[in-house]
Design a binder for this molecule. Structure first.
Ligand code: 3PG
Length: 400
């Protein structure tokens, strides 16, 4: 894999970089998003060298038919709001290309006078999910070289992450490099006992991790959609709670139940489980306090509503206060953790260091934390899988 940081600046100065970022950020997270911070850092780095930047990303898992016929649906998944926030952060005007015909993109990008251009959500086009060679070829015509700084999407085999690397000199960006260094550190130096905390909506992202990390793990504490799915698979009624029926039918819980811990009480509203209950929170906190390493992906409930935030926030607080080493990943989970860390820092100046997203070795025997932008990607990487977009960077042999 070639790293952007190692490329001679003279080689890329004045060139156009196709920069792949993770702009899959919910509107309510825009004001305090680790992903947006990393995106800004990565763009700034290229601007400083003297490159022009064309940003590619996607948002949501979309129904293509609906994308084509429903403009309100398109609007709700548009990258326009995140582009506005990025522009504010960078104090730079950005051109936004939302032409629905990809054949017009090259002309629009070339006509733009701005140093940064963002393309509309690539998942508006079915070809993005197909790792399509013609679509990759079209995207590649928009730049001189390619940088992947979307670690958190690198577990997906998508055109703008994989196929594109066949057509342009391709590099791992500064954010991606930071993720790899930090996660490799965890893989090599993790302290036992390892406790996995899994929640959130994307249950299928977590199923493989249970299988792969099971031998190393002492406990697997479940909340959110992961817990609902396992409860459902045990024929325990979960009402209209979020459940992944495909995963529920795969017998995962029975295979790994020796280590999986499910909530013993939950918070329910309108027939749906929206948080873990107080007894479960206490039990999970007790086990977290004894852990040497925590890997946490996915919130315990619908924490965006403060009535259902208690479980997630308590887990975050316990990690902050514990002596373990923690890796916390995913858009929502890192947002929740940073919120708690900030509240804590207001009361206790000594805790300010946790707000940083850097890996910190802590001499004073309390937790050190690495915040990863990746949810599914982080878990898959820690489970030892080769992520498709990282493999594509490894395989790419185009030179500048
Ligand atoms: C994430 O939120 O995990 C990444 O942005 C990837 O999004 P995806 O699961 O929709 O591919």
């Amino acid at each position: 894999m070639k790293f952007l940081r190692e490329v001679k600046k003279e080689k890329i100065k004045g060139k156009t970089c196709l920069l792949r970022l993770d702009l899959n950020i919910e509107k309510n997270e825009l004001k305090d998003s680790l992903r947006l911070e990393r995106a800004a850092e990565s763009t700034r780095f290229l601007l400083k060298i003297g490159c022009r930047v064309v940003i590619l990303s996607y948002k949501g898992q979309l129904d293509i038919g609906k994308v084509q016929r429903d403009k309100f649906y398109r609007r709700s998944y548009s990258l326009r709001p995140v582009t506005r926030e990025l522009s504010r952060k960078l104090r730079q005007s950005i051109d936004f290309v939302d032409d629905l015909n990809p054949k017009n993109w090259e002309r629009k990008v070339n006509q733009s006078k701005r140093r940064i251009v963002v393309l509309e959500n690539l998942r508006f086009y079915g070809e993005e999910n197909k790792n399509s060679i013609p679509f990759a070829h079209l995207l590649a015509s928009l730049g001189d070289f390619y940088v992947n700084d979307a670690f958190s999407m690198s577990h997906r085999q998508q055109t703008s992450l994989c196929a594109i690397t066949r057509f342009l000199p391709s590099y791992a960006g500064i954010g991606l490099e930071k993720e790899l260094v930090s996660l490799n550190h965890v893989l090599k130096n993790y302290k036992k006992p390892l406790v996995l905390v899994l929640g959130g909506a994307k249950v299928s992202d977590k199923a493989g991790v249970i299988e792969n990390l099971y031998p190393k793990t002492k406990h697997i504490l479940c909340g959110g959609g992961v817990a609902n799915t396992f409860l459902f698979s045990q024929n325990i009624p979960v009402g209209n709670s979020l459940v992944d029926r495909k995963i529920a039918s795969q017998n995962i819980y029975n295979r790994f139940k020796n280590k999986i811990i499910l909530p013993s009480d939950v918070v329910i509203k309108s027939g749906a489980i929206l948080d873990i209950g107080p007894k479960t929170t206490d039990e999970y906190s007790r086990l977290i306090k004894k852990a040497g390493t925590i890997v946490w992906g996915g919130p315990m409930g619908h924490f965006e509503d403060k009535k259902f935030a208690k479980g997630t926030f308590e887990i975050a607080k316990t990690i902050l206060k514990s002596k373990c080493f923690a890796v916390i990943g995913g858009g929502e989970t890192t947002t929740a953790f940073r919120k708690v860390a900030r509240m804590d820092a207001d009361q206790n100046a000594d805790k300010r260091r946790y707000i940083s997203d850097n890996l910190r070795r802590n001499q004073r025997k309390s937790a050190s934390v690495f915040l990863s932008t990746g949810g599914g990607a982080m878990l898959e990487y820690l489970a030892g899988r080769k992520l498709p977009a990282l493999q594509a960077l490894d395989d790419s042999n185009m030179r500048m």
